[in-house]
Ligand binder design. Sequence first.
Ligand code: PRP
Ligand code: ZN
Length: 297
Amino acid sequence: MKPRDRLRIAMQKSGRLTEPAQELLARCGLKFRQSRDKLFCFGEGEPVDLLLVRDDDIPGLIAEGVCDMGIVGRNVLQEYQYSHPEAGVALDELRPLGFGRCRLSIALPQDEPYDTPAQLGGQRIATSYPGLLGEWLRSNGVDAKVVYLAGSVEIAPRLGTADAICDLVSSGATLVANQLRETAVLVESEAVLAGPRDLPTDERGEIAELLLRRLDGVIQVRDSRLILLQAPRNALDEITRLLPGLPIPTLTAVDGAPDQVVVQALCAGSVSWRQLEDMKRAGARDMLVLPVEKMLA
Ligand code: PRP
Ligand code: ZN
C-alpha cells in the first residue's frame, strides 16, 4: 500500500453517531469538503480526511490500515476485537468520546422471570454480537445457543426463533414495543476513538498527536463552566467550598471595596441553580456561569 501523508478517519455514514461525531471534529477545528459520492470528505485546514462508511466496517478498515483511526461505538469495536484477536495492538480504544451512550444487554419476554445468568442455559439467544455474547456466556459458565441475526433481533422471540435476545438498548423504546425486558448488561457503550495503540511514526503520527491533544481539550472543557462572582473576603472560605468540583479560584481585588473580591473558577461539570443559591446565601453576588469554548494547558 502506498504510504499516506494525510490522516484518514473512518466514521458512520448515517446513523446516531454521525452528527455528534462531525460536531466533535468541528470543535477540534477540522473542516471538510464532501465529495460528490458523499463517501469521502477532504480536510481543508489540517491534513485529516474522513471516510464515511457503515459503522460495522470501521474496525476492519483500521485493522487493515485503510484508515488510521475511527469513531465507532465501543460495542462494535469490542465485537471486532473478540472475533479478530489477531488485530491486537493494531486496534484499540484510544479515547471515550462521551456521546452515543447505550448498553448491550440481554432481554427476555416481559412475563419471563429472571434471577441469574444460569437460567439462560440451554436457551436460544438471538444477537448481532456473537463475539461479546459468547464471551459473556463463557465467563458466566452458561451453555446457551447463540443465534446470529444481522438485524431486527428484537422480533426473534415473537417469531419463535429465539428465547431471548442480546441487543443494544438506548432509550428502551424498542424493547417496550416488542414486549421485552432488559435483564443483564454486558457492555456500557458510547462512541470511542479507535486506532492503533502505537501511533504511526511518520507524518501521520504527528497529525494524530495534534488531533488527540485537541480532542482532549474539547472533551475536558465540554462539561466545564467558568464561574465568576463577587464576595466579601470573609465569606471566601465557605464559597470556595461550595464551588462544584472544588477548583482553585483566582481572586481579583475590587477597587474602592477592600473587603470585597472577585472570584473566578473553572468548575468541572455543570453548576446548578441550587448551588448558586447556596453561594448567594453564603454572601456571593453578581454570579455568572459561562460555557468554555476552548482550553489549552
Ligand atoms: C439499536 C438496536 C435497537 C435500537 C435500540 O439499533 O438494535 O434496535 O437501537 O434503541 P432504543 O432502546 O432507543 O429503542 P441501531 O438503530 O443503533 O442500529 P444498528 O445497531 O443496526 O447500527
Ligand atoms: Zn450498525
